[in-house]
Design a protein around this ligand. Structure first.
Ligand SMILES: [Zn+2]
Length: 61
């Protein structure tokens, strides 16, 4: 019998939005202000982006 151990692979990341674990090579990563956030796909990235305040909004002078 094969003893199945849960190995935590260091190259896996959790999606910032749905917390699904994904291989870092398949993850969509975006550099935020001073850290990197990962997503399982553009769908989650889109959702995350909508939740964020928009720092790039044009200022009126
Ligand atoms: Zn996700």
């Amino acid at each position: 019998m094969i003893d199945q151990k849960k190995i935590i692979e260091p190259d896996k990341v959790a999606c910032e939005v749905c917390f699904k674990e994904i291989p870092i090579s398949e993850a969509t990563s975006v550099k935020a202000t001073d850290y990197i956030v990962y997503y399982c796909g553009l769908d989650c990235y889109d959702r995350w982006k909508k939740q964020q305040p928009q720092p790039e909004s044009p200022k009126r002078e």
